[in-house]
Ligand binder design. Structure first.
Ligand code: C2E
Ligand code: CA
Ligand code: CA
Length: 766
């Protein structure tokens, strides 16, 4: 009957159909409708097939993603291995890898920004790593799906076991145990185990140090972080003794007003999974690796690997070693200075905070030494950076030798070091250490077979006596160091409240100096340089003065060094040269065509020498002969001159400009090497002139310098001649020229011209 029914035929339009054919037709139509329906649905929802699995986004979420291709994330940079910055400012870490995985899944771009406690909620959409389950920022909500869960473990110093075995929390009663201060479990331990004597630490390093010294019995820490530190640091003395019942998580947090983003992220994190092994393996902390009960499995895996082929095994092994080495390097780079291998600023900050906490507990102060090398810039500019680097390295080693092993010595910047000293008896202990450092730095540095002499200036400040603000501590130490420099360098100085005014003054001075350049508040004074044989004046030194609108006339000693440090000297130097050019033309027309003006040029002006090279063209366009200008430089510039210094000097010499060595006797005082630069004049420093007594040491030295200079074809100018006796003695040594108050003080240009005519008149009368 059924067969009959199936064979029964219908006639639709002109087509003849059996029932079976009709059923097939209806089924086909039904499936076609289904396919069409699902196709229209697929247009709205978004299915993403990623490496980790499939993610389906709602139409709203898909639309949100499409409109927000750049998502800003606040990332911490000192939380290793969760998220941190390596030396090249590259962001690394587990959360960064999760962000990368999410970016691969959703094809979006995460823009990292530095996390800070008071980050503006409008600048970022996500905070990448929040530990525990509360977020401090009320505008953000923590993601329900953490990407990392970890347990807290107990770590001990395996070399210091004193009979009693520690394997669980119960073994820690009455023991001294370190725990991370701001972490999620410090409070829980304190509440659940009141008998444990807790020491709060800021970073793992501090806990390891306490463990090493036997100051504490154990350290409770996040297993992921600590295992990582143990590998990276090769802290062989630390052993994981047992686990705690405590655990915590790390999650991302999303801004409250972005529900689509929150749910997109949630889906992404779910598909990637908490503690994704692929990601954790990058950080060498795949969980199975360190749990003892996994050892048999590891052995089986090893055997399988051998069976699968020794080659693959070796390859993996070498990659792992490379990876470990790379991790270690990254950690090291983030915390240590590449050149000296001392802690860098980053590590210094956290060491200071730790020391401050300890000081608060023990009510003992901390001393901070800010060490700055004197004249280092000069060596670096003139001898070259590689010599400079070697000098810094050696100086770092010397400073480290002067302090105790548990003090922190850090490199603060270029030629600046910082020492944190706790546990000292009194200020004299700080003084003693400072003196030791000064003495060490003063010893000659032998680099590449050459001797270099520098010194150091040290500023000291004491916590909490001077201030309890860590930033202010550094700044006070810096101000004290500045005072030491001002008082003549190669010395130490404790911070005093009055110094604060000085540093404010310094800032004001820099601002005023910019105005001085803009409003041309400078003036050139001239001091005659007299021929001691003929008493004629055909030379003068141009000395700058600053006519400050409020403070009146300011001497160069008060502003040249600041101008050099800020680079303003380049512009000031250009002004000096232009003014000198203007004045020499008047001197030529009104007084003598043979007149020569000396201008002082700082080593800094030779660094970017375009301005100096332009002097050649200026001379030509003003129609002034080069020999009318003499440039005064200090001998340090020539000791290890860079190519640029050599080229600039020879270019200026080609146009006839002459050179003299200023302040001779205060630096390296070697005449012979000056010879190859064809320097015309040597100026004996005024400190020698002023100590001149017949047959005393300075007199013998002066005479020797003069005779040697003459042999090398140079003329000698004695600076700072104040008495007839000095001038007579210099004359008897056949010194060529004298300059000093005895002849005339530096004068404004018009007064100087008057002085010249008076001198000439007097001479013609005699
Ligand atoms: P300097 O080149 O050694 O100049 C000589 C300094 O000694 C001048 O001080 C001068 O006034 C002073 N002086 C001259 N004769 C005597 C004397 O008989 N007794 C004593 N006690 N001092 C004397 P000033 O003018 O204060 O200049 C100080 C320093 O400032 C100069 O030392 C020079 O290094 C620098 N300086 C001056 N003008 C310029 C400039 O235009 N550019 C640069 N870069 N530095 C300059
Ligand atoms: Ca000079
Ligand atoms: Ca001088």
């Amino acid at each position: 009957m059924i067969k009959k029914l199936f064979n029964k035929q219908f006639v639709i339009n002109r087509y003849r159909l059996s029932v079976s054919q009709l059923i097939i037709f209806l089924l086909l139509t039904f499936f076609a409708c289904l396919i069409m329906l699902s196709a229209t649905k697929a247009e709205d929802t978004l299915r993403i097939n990623s490496h980790y699995g499939q993610v389906i986004l709602t139409p709203n979420e898909a639309a949100w993603l499409k409109n927000n291709q750049n998502i800003h994330v606040a990332v911490k940079h000192g939380w290793m291995p969760i998220e941190f910055k390596s030396e090249g400012s590259k962001l690394r870490g587990i959360s960064v890898d999760y962000l990368q995985a999410l970016s691969n899944v959703f094809n979006v771009n995460f823009v990292p920004l530095d996390y800070s406690e008071n980050i503006s909620p409008f600048s970022v959409e996500i905070i990448s790593g929040i530990t525990g389950n509360s977020v401090k920022h009320q505008e953000f909500r923590i993601q329900p799906y953490p990407f990392l869960t970890y347990q807290f473990a107990i770590y001990v110093n395996k070399n210091l076991k004193d009979g009693q075995k520690i394997v669980s929390m119960d073994d820690l009663n009455d023991k001294r145990v370190a725990v991370f201060k701001n972490g999620p479990i410090a409070k829980q331990i304190a509440e659940s185990y009141p008998e444990i004597k807790l020491l709060y630490v800021d970073i793992a390093d501090e806990a390891f140090e306490e463990l090493r010294l036997g100051h504490i019995d154990a350290y409770i820490g996040n297993q992921i972080i600590i295992d990582y530190h143990l590998i990276v640091h090769r802290l062989n003395f630390v052993e994981k003794a047992g686990m705690t019942p405590f655990s915590s998580t790390v999650s991302m947090a999303v801004r409250d007003d972005l529900p689509e983003l929150a749910s997109i992220l949630n889906k992404g994190l779910q598909v990637i999974g908490t503690n994704n092994q692929e990601i954790l393996e990058n950080w060498n902390i795949s969980e199975s690796k360190y749990d003892r009960w996994m050892l048999p499995i590891v052995i089986v895996v090893c055997i399988t690997l051998i069976w699968a082929g020794i080659r693959i095994f070796r390859l993996k092994q070498s990659m792992r070693i490379q990876n470990q080495a790379a991790q270690k390097t990254i950690w090291h780079q983030a915390n240590y200075d590449y050149l000296t291998d001392l802690p860098n600023r980053h590590l210094l900050d956290s060491r200071l905070k730790q020391a401050m906490d300890k000081a608060d507990q023990s009510l003992s102060p901390i001393g901070i030494l800010f060490i700055d090398l004197d004249n280092f810039k000069h060596v670096n500019d003139t001898a070259g950076h590689s010599i400079g680097d070697m000098l810094i390295k050696e100086a770092a080693a010397r400073v480290t030798r002067c302090v105790r092993s548990y003090d922190t010595t850090a490199r603060f910047g270029g030629d600046e070091f910082m020492v944190i000293m706790s546990d000292f008896d009194n200020e004299q202990a700080l003084e003693k250490t400072s003196q030791k450092i000064l003495a060490e730095i003063q010893k000659p540095f032998e680099i590449d077979g050459e001797l270099f002499y520098i010194s150091a200036s040290i500023g000291l400040t004491i916590y909490p006596n001077d201030t309890s603000n860590p930033e202010a501590l550094f700044s006070y130490a810096d101000q004290a160091m500045y005072e030491a420099k001002k008082l003549g360098r190669n010395r130490f100085q404790f911070f005093k409240a009055s110094m604060q005014f000085d540093s404010i003054n310094r800032l004001a001075l820099i601002n005023d100096l910019r105005d001085a350049i803009a409003y041309r508040q400078f003036e050139l004074y001239y001091q005659p340089i007299m021929s001691l044989g003929t008493q004629q004046v055909l030379k003068a030194e141009a000395l700058i003065r600053w006519n400050h609108p409020i403070k009146g006339m300011i001497n160069p000693l008060e502003f040249i060094s600041v101008a050099e440090e800020t680079g303003l000297i380049d512009e000031i130097g250009t002004w000096v040269f232009n003014q000198a050019l203007h004045d020499i033309k008047l001197l030529h027309t009104q007084y003598s065509l043979d007149f020569q003006i000396s201008v002082n040029v700082s080593p800094h002006q030779f660094i970017e020498s375009e301005r100096l090279l332009a002097w050649k063209d200026l001379l030509a366009s003003e129609g002034v002969e080069g020999r009318s200008i003499c440039i005064e430089i200090t001998e340090g510039l020539l000791l290890h001159p860079s190519m640029s210094v050599v080229n600039t000097i020879s270019a200026l010499r080609e146009s006839g400009v002459q050179f003299s060595i200023d302040d001779f006797g205060t630096g390296y005082s070697a005449l012979a090497y000056l010879n190859k630069f064809e320097i015309e004049y040597v100026k004996i420093d005024q400190s020698f002139t002023q100590n001149l007594q017949p047959n005393n040491y300075d007199a013998i030295l002066c005479e020797a310098i003069i005779s040697m200079a003459h042999k090398l074809g140079m003329k000698v100018i004695a600076e700072g001649v104040e008495t007839e006796a000095q001038q007579n003695l210099l004359n008897s040594f056949e010194c060529d020229y004298g300059q000093g108050y005895l002849i005339a003080r530096p004068k404004p240009f018009t007064e100087f011209i008057q002085f010249l005519f008076e001198m000439r008149n007097q001479q013609s009368l005699n």
